[in-house]
Design a protein around this ligand. Structure first.
Ligand code: FES
Length: 189
């Protein structure tokens, strides 16, 4: 019967066993240290990216204009959005918080509401009746009367539509601002 070293069960020397234990201790310390570093880092990253995952936002119901002020001729009309503002110490009644375009098409009671802020970088667009389109003065983005982009266009998305409804002859808009420069419509908080 062979008694060669290959056929002997491997018994580590005490020095090798100590070295292995030390190696595993260091590995465990590295893993724990990595977790301690990564978890707050990941939490910080999520907090930073958080707006990218928000879709709700805080919309404000604001009465904007009488329905009679929006003829059903397909031409968007601009109106200021005025609402009370409040910070930690003061409240400011009836402050302008933005602007919208309201539009009705012939024979329709339905109102289209568009945020007047350009989704590219936040300039205010203007409607040009002769061209039947919106134009942004900053980087020349253009949009059709229904707010869809006219390509090529540097704006990454169409004008932002806002929910609205008519109550007792007054158009109420659910006013909201959105992050600019993004292809998706993400509500600002
Ligand atoms: S801000 Fe409107 S095109 Fe740049």
């Amino acid at each position: 019967m062979s008694n060669s070293p290959a056929s002997q069960p491997h018994t580590p020397t005490p020095a090798a066993a100590t070295a292995r234990r030390s190696f595993f201790r260091r590995l465990l310390a590295l893993a724990v240290g990595g977790l301690i570093t990564l978890v707050p880092g990941a939490a910080g990253l999520l907090a930073f990216l958080d707006p990218l995952f928000r879709r709700g936002g805080r919309a404000r119901q604001v009465p904007v204009a009488p329905l009679a002020a929006i003829p059903d001729d397909g031409v968007p009309r601009q109106f200021p959005v005025v609402a009370d503002r409040q910070d930690a110490w003061n409240s400011f009644p009836a402050q302008p918080i933005g602007a919208v375009f309201l539009r009705r098409t012939p024979g329709s009671e339905e109102v289209l509401a568009l945020n007047a802020t350009c989704p590219h970088a936040g300039c205010m667009v203007a409607y040009q009746p002769a061209a039947e389109s919106f134009r942004c003065p900053c980087h020349t983005s253009r949009f059709k009367a229904d707010g869809t982009r006219i390509l090529p266009c540097v704006s990454p998305r169409d004008l932002d539509r806002l929910e609205c409804e008519v109550r007792d002859g007054v158009v109420w808009v659910s006013y909201q601002d959105f992050y600019t420069g993004k292809a998706q419509k993400i509500a600002r908080q």
